[in-house]
Ligand binder design. Structure first.
Ligand code: ATP
Length: 710
């Protein structure tokens, strides 16, 4: 990279530097005008007389004031007469802007010396309409650097990307999250394309070439080919990468990024005060800042807040890691959902996010399909991820896996993979206190563990829970008018929480119910027992005391507990064999589900168990499973077959010919499969699990051969 270096006399000269020895530097963003200072002008020493010299001077002086000796300007730091250098510069420009310590935007058409009739400086209006926002190349110059500062033509500072983010968002339509440093791969292709739509470039092909960094793709630069051709080549390249990912994902379309958002929403939203403690924690700091420390394992009992802690850490680390050009990929395991409870699902999720963050890594995805057979899928995917992690161009990479204990299929394989993975990657893992995980992740060189039960950490968790309680109570409408009552409720919750977030979350949920009035609140928090299991006992007792609906609730809880994925209301209604008057109306099924207390929640007509600990509790309850789990599986299998016999008909979707393309199939209204979709897919899994544990191994072999035959 070629930089300008300023000396003590205020003079500057060009300096070629190898990529591994680039000092901190500032970078200029501007729109080209007449008489710019070009590379050859600086080499010949004739640049000073050009009008553009003022800009060079400004950038050098401002950098000097900010403690930076070096700076870069596109007009004079690239020798555009050298085609190879030009191509390299166009491919590297986004990275150069991203790596700059500061980016100065110099706006020649915004003045702070213009005043309106009331004597106010009118630069805001000029800012909104300035030319800089209409040019193509300035898009990446706005997005890539972390710090972007805006200056008027008099070199006066107007604000920065953060302080002016609302205005910039209004002017450009670029989402705030993108301006705040969210990875660009989290925005759809169409969305990113729209950011450039109204912008112009001097050379028409630049409309495509200026997007290399925005999409992290590169194509050869061919000036003269025309805008349409350049854009087509760019789109083809993006599509090629995208298809590759889509193929990986078609096996199981669960995007970890969306999964994280879903989890946060389901758990009532993320509260920063309840996780920020971790950034002062010595083990965490050691992992984050010591390059020798490769793995941090956060362990704790159910409901201690591990998942939400990891969500918070991801949110806080994503911006700095992305800004420094690194990758952050993550995966949240969930035992209650067969699509995200296996080692294969974890690898696939990590590969997917890594490849999206750094598309160059797509080259390791194989041409053929991703092996439906589990054993093969593990071989293929573990090889792919290992190669990605060994890639010499891999950026600084952080990999996060939440709830290892909920990875119920092939966890030992996954742990072995993590432990022997190449040394340049940093792992952040979380799980409950489980012996297998303990053994595999025992302390070693470069490995740290953070136990939430350890005395010093328990204190911090307890403070975090107090903050969580305060935050949640301040949102409870029923307590807002009575401060003394609110304080009493808060004090009792502080005393009884016992270091468990989930316990608090469940009590708050009860306090938020529609029929809870302010005068009920004290009684509720006084009566509710401390500890999760005792609280679940109480919830179950309440359900069993219903005069009429307790049996319906039991059946629903049973089916929700053993189901391999969250069920829709209509599915659970049929599988639980509720009476026809209830099954016939989704609203009636919803009413019965609502009677199952806080064990279940409904979102978008789908039923979720409130937490893994609720599933564990219900699975062990003789009240819910009077004849044991295998019998429950047998009954669900039998019920599934019965429903399928009742509903399945030849050509239900009216496709007529067997070779009809699946992507063109339209779902009839009403959908005849709506109540049996789950049964069609999972009846055989219930059959397998109805067979006694001893024979399960053979059943798995049978399942595998069945899949191969398919
Ligand atoms: N930072 C936070 N912000 C908001 N809610 C939180 C936070 N931390 C914990 N909670 C609440 O506590 C509940 C339990 O937290 P979480 O699911 O993270 O626990 P966990 O330790 O992962 O449990 P398990 O090991 O049983 O899966 C969440 O459902 C949520 O309601």
């Amino acid at each position: 990279m070629r930089l300008l270096e300023r000396d003590d006399t205020g003079d500057f000269h060009l300096k070629d530097l190898p990529s591994n020895a680039i000092p901190p530097y500032a970078i200029l963003s501007h729109t080209w005008g007449d008489e710019e200072v070009l590379f050859k002008d600086l080499v010949d020493g004739t640049g000073r007389k050009n009008a553009g010299y003022a800009k060079v001077q400004f950038c050098g002086d401002q950098a000097w004031r900010d403690g930076l000796k070096h700076f870069w300007i596109d007009t004079c730091c690239i020798d555009k007469s050298d085609a190879v250098e030009l191509q390299h510069a166009l491919n590297s420009m986004f990275q150069w802007y991203r790596n700059a310590t500061k980016c100065y935007v110099y706006l020649t058409d915004v003045s702070t010396r213009k005043w309106d009739a009331d004597g106010n400086s009118g630069w805001e209006l000029a800012f909104r309409t300035c030319r800089w926002f209409t040019r193509g190349w300035t898009l990446q110059e706005l997005i890539a650097p972390t710090i972007v500062e805006f200056f008027s033509k008099e070199c006066e500072r107007l604000g920065d990307k953060k302080s002016l983010e609302r205005e910039i968002h209004d002017i450009t339509g670029i989402p705030l999250k993108a301006l705040q440093g969210r990875p660009l791969s989290d925005f759809s292709i169409a969305e990113r394309m729209a950011w450039i739509e109204k912008r112009d470039t001097k050379f028409e092909e630049d409309k495509a070439y200026s997007l290399f960094g925005i999409f992290d793709v590169h194509i050869p630069v061919i000036y003269g080919e025309g805008k349409q051709k350049a854009l087509k080549r760019l789109r083809d390249k993006i599509r090629e990468d995208y298809l590759c990912l889509a193929k990986l994902w078609s096996a199981d379309p669960r995007d970890p990024h969306h999964e994280k958002e879903r989890i946060e929403l389901a758990k009532g939203g993320l509260l920063a005060d309840a996780y920020r403690w971790v950034f002062d924690n010595p083990e965490f700091r050691q992992w984050r800042h010591n390059s020798e420390n490769r793995l941090l394992w956060i362990k704790g009992d159910p409901g201690k807040g591990k998942t939400m802690l990891l969500c918070g850490i991801i949110d806080e680390l994503e911006q700095p890691i992305t800004a420094s050009g690194g990758n952050l990929a993550y995966f949240f395991c969930q035992a209650t959902d067969s699509r995200i409870n296996s080692a294969i699902a974890v690898l696939r999720g990590l590969i997917y996010l890594l490849a999206r963050r750094q598309p160059g890594l797509l080259l390791y995805l194989p041409e053929n399909t991703y092996a439906s057979d589990d054993a093969m899928a593990w071989v293929v995917l573990s090889k792919v991820l290992r190669r990605m992690l060994e890639d010499p161009d891999l950026k600084e990479t952080y990999l996060v896996i939440d709830a290892l204990d909920e990875c119920v299929i092939d966890l030992p394989k996954l742990l072995d993979f993590v432990v022997i993975s190449p040394g340049r990657v940093k792992w952040l893992l979380s799980s409950r206190n489980e012996v297998l995980i303990e053994e595999k992740l025992k302390p070693d060189v470069g490995r740290t563990r953070l136990s939430l039960e350890l005395k010093a950490n328990a204190m911090q968790v307890s403070h975090a829970i107090d903050a969580y309680i305060d935050g949640k109570l301040s949102g409870l409408a029923s307590l807002q008018d009575d401060t003394s009552l609110k304080n009493q409720v808060r004090d009792i919750l502080h005393q009884k929480a016992n270091g468990t977030f989930l316990w608090v979350a469940l009590v708050i949920q009860e306090l938020s119910e529609d029929d809870v009035e302010s005068w009920h609140a004290l009684q509720i928090v006084e009566e509710v027992p401390s500890g999760l299991d005792r609280m679940y006992d109480r919830m179950l007792n309440e359900i069993s005391r219903y005069k009429r609906d307790s049996e319906f609730c039991r059946r629903i809880l049973l089916v929700a507990t053993v189901a391999y994925r969250p069920l829709y209301l209509d599915e659970i209604g049929s599988l639980s064999e509720l009476p026809e008057q209830i099954v016939g109306s989704t609203e009636n099924i919803r009413k019965v589900v609502a009677k199952c207390g806080s064990f279940l929640t409904i979102r978008e007509d789908k039923i979720y168990l409130i937490h893994q600990s609720a599933k564990d509790y219900l699975s062990a309850s003789a009240l819910i499973f009077p004849h044991g789990a295998p019998i429950a599986h047998r009954d669900i299998c039998a019920r599934s077959l019965e429903l399928m016999l009742q509903k399945l008909r030849r050509d239900m979707y009216g496709l007529v010919t067997p070779g009809f393309p699946i992507d063109q199939a339209r779902t009839p209204e009403p959908d005849p499969l709506v109540t049996i979709r789950y049964s069609c897919v999972f009846w055989v899994d219930h059959l397998r699990d109805s067979i006694l544990i001893k024979t399960r191994h053979n059943a798995t072999h049978w399942m595998r051969s069945r899949r191969s035959l398919n």
